[in-house]
Design a protein around this ligand. Structure first.
Ligand code: ISE
Length: 351
């Protein structure tokens, strides 16, 4: 049954992504309001709450959960902080939209899956949606539709390119897998509808001079899937020129590619002699590239929660992605050798 009052959402973690979600719920989402915000940075959280009618500020996420005006959580704090808040929410039967990675370690993700299975026995449904927002992007959705329709025949390979203009100062080589390639991991599992069974990572030698000391960049991450398909991802988090995400499916009777048909197609005069340049604009960051997908993701979550349902990427998807990440991080140390993905048995809740 549809809830009539707007859904009171507590946003946990109000940094770059959390702040963006607060603005999104306030300006672009119907049927929900920001009832509380929580962040360890007290000044930031108080300043944010002061600008929103009826919004409480907390430094302790669990205090936000206990606020009677809060019906649901949007978790955007740092990955290692997710497990505690997810377990507390499951204990209360509170629906959550949790930013990726659900938890950085697959053991923690599996604990969340197990707690959700127990909670589902009490509350009758799944409660967690993981923020793999590319599934809400129009281009990815239309690629998925075409592959599902079999328009090009059986998919055999995927080629992904994932480029960021620069990496934040705290970024590590492991985070290139856990924080960046995790999107390609989810998209691969979703587009091909099967699990990833092995990962290899190859690197250039040396890394790009743009990469900070100690960060391996770019890397080529190769997946094999349960059905024997091959997937490669170029991850380049200091490419310097902008934010670019592409995906090409190579199928038995054709190929389909997304990631170039957005923005303005430009012609530029020749730089120094000879031919001009013809190409498309490249957006500066992921907020611009995926703005609409974030809106659709959060709206789908709000609508489902108000109907008393759970939709979208599940805690199982969050766990499976982290298990692949773990193999990926191991593979980074194997000089191109294969690291097997270890996956627990999928509980019936996620069939
Ligand atoms: C960031 O957290 C994202 O989710 C972006 O989509 C990705 O491109 C970036 O590499 C991540 O750090």
């Amino acid at each position: 049954m549809q809830q009539s009052a707007p859904l009171g959402v507590a946003v946990i973690g109000t940094g770059r992504m959390g702040g963006d979600h607060v603005r999104r719920i306030e300006r672009a989402i119907s049927g929900a309001r920001v009832a509380a915000v929580a962040d360890i940075d007290e000044d930031r959280v108080k300043a944010l709450a002061a600008g929103i009618d009826g919004c409480a500020a907390y430094t302790d996420p669990e205090a936000a959960l206990a606020d009677p005006a809060v019906d649901a959580l949007l978790v955007a704090s740092s990955g290692p902080a997710h497990e505690a808040v997810l377990l507390a929410a499951l204990e209360r039967g509170m629906p959550v939209l949790c930013e990726k990675p659900m938890t950085p370690e697959s053991s923690a993700a599996l604990r969340v899956v197990e707690a959700e299975v127990r909670a589902a026995e009490r509350f009758g449904r799944r409660l967690i949606q993981v923020g793999f927002m590319r599934r809400y992007d129009r281009d990815y959705q239309s690629l998925k539709r075409r592959l599902d329709e079999g328009r090009y025949g059986r998919p055999l390979m995927l080629h992904h390119q994932h480029r960021n203009p620069s990496s934040p100062p705290f970024f590590t080589s492991a985070m290139t897998i856990q924080d960046s390639v995790v999107h390609e991991i989810d998209v691969t599992r979703w587009l091909l509808d099967e699990e990833i069974t092995g990962v290899r990572v190859l690197r250039t030698s040396p890394s790009s001079a743009r990469a900070p000391e100690g960060l391996t960049d770019p890397q080529l991450v190769l997946f094999e899937t349960a059905g024997g398909r091959l997937v490669d991802t170029e991850i380049f988090v200091n490419c310097g020129f902008g934010y670019q995400v592409r995906c090409e499916a190579v199928c038995e009777s054709g190929t389909a590619r997304i990631g170039d048909d957005r923005g303005v197609v430009a012609n530029l005069p020749a730089g120094g002699g000879g031919a001009g340049f013809h190409g498309v604009d490249v957006v500066p960051g992921f907020e611009e590239r995926f703005e609409e997908a974030y809106d659709r993701e959060v709206q789908a979550w709000v609508d489902a929660v108000r109907r008393g349902e759970a939709v979208g990427p599940s805690a199982w998807d969050g766990y499976a992605a982290q298990a692949v990440c773990e193999a990926g991080v191991r593979a980074q140390g194997l000089g191109g050798d294969r690291a097997a993905v270890e996956l627990a048995e999928r509980p019936g809740l996620y069939a």
